[in-house]
Design a protein around this ligand. Structure first.
Ligand code: ADP
Ligand code: MG
Length: 226
């Protein structure tokens, strides 16, 4: 199997076997990656991380299991100020299972950041404990669009300090009918932010979503050739 990277600039990107060492990461994040035995970047990480770390908006298309979480997590963790006890990054996911997986991976990657609080906010759990947790504060929230929308409508979630918004598995969120909920949530995010859209496929709806919610996004696609 051979992987090909396409970018909007159509520059040839050699993404195979690149080391995390070449990225401008903090000593803490570097040490964590070593502990986790993440030595080489996956192709989607190699092509996305220079873009996400530079603060650009991004549309990234790659199949499940290709390491998309770290492709955005390392950028948002690099920017995160742990002394500012406010939500600085938010990840929207289509299902509770995916939100739990993302939270788990974020916690693994964030283990060098003292006292970091990452909250998962999904439907199917009662609101009250989530509201109590939010009152105590969080740096990052991960959740499904409907539940995040509920918290915004009730005023229990404040996004004033948000600097990174991630739409993870955006194609599935569209398939599941979350367009209106996503639009509600995005409208309540500060306009000055980085928005990152990850998707396994690239149907027409995703292009529309990107036009509305992203600003001058760079695009990367990982195409597989068998
Ligand atoms: P995706 O979101 O594309 O489906 P994930 O971010 O969930 O993929 O990553 C899939 C698996 O690969 C996870 O178990 C993760 O811990 C692991 N992984 C991610 N990046 C690396 C890497 N650079 N080296 C080794 N393992 C990695
Ligand atoms: Mg994923």
């Amino acid at each position: 199997m051979n992987n090909t990277i396409q970018t909007t600039s159509s520059s040839a990107v050699n993404s195979v076997g690149r080391l995390f060492n070449e990225l401008p990461l903090s000593p803490g994040l570097r040490a964590t990656l070593q502990q986790l035995e993440y030595l080489t970047m996956t192709p989607i990480q190699a092509v996305s991380l220079p873009i996400t770390l530079a603060g650009h908006d991004l549309i990234a298309q790659a199949k499940t299991g290709s390491g998309k979480t770290a492709a955005y997590a390392l950028a948002l963790l690099t920017r995160l100020n742990p002394r500012c006890f406010a939500v600085q990054a938010m990840v929207l996911c289509p299902t509770r299972e995916l939100a739990d997986q993302v939270t788990q991976e974020l916690r693994r990657l964030a283990r060098s950041v003292d006292n970091i609080k990452i909250l998962t906010l999904c439907g199917g759990s009662t609101m009250r404990p989530q509201m109590a947790s939010l009152e105590h504060g969080a740096h990052i929230v991960v959740g499904t669009p409907g539940r995040i929308m509920d918290h915004l409508a009730r005023g229990s979630l404040d996004l004033v300090q948000l600097n990174t918004l991630v739409l993870d598995e955006a194609d599935r969120m569209l398939d599941m009918g979350f367009y209106d909920d996503m639009a509600f949530v995005v409208k309540r995010c500060p306009p000055k932010r980085q928005t990152l859209l990850f998707s396994a496929t690239y149907p027409a709806g995703i292009a529309g979503l990107a036009r509305q919610f992203l600003r001058n996004p760079q695009e990367v696609k990982l195409l597989e050739q068998h």
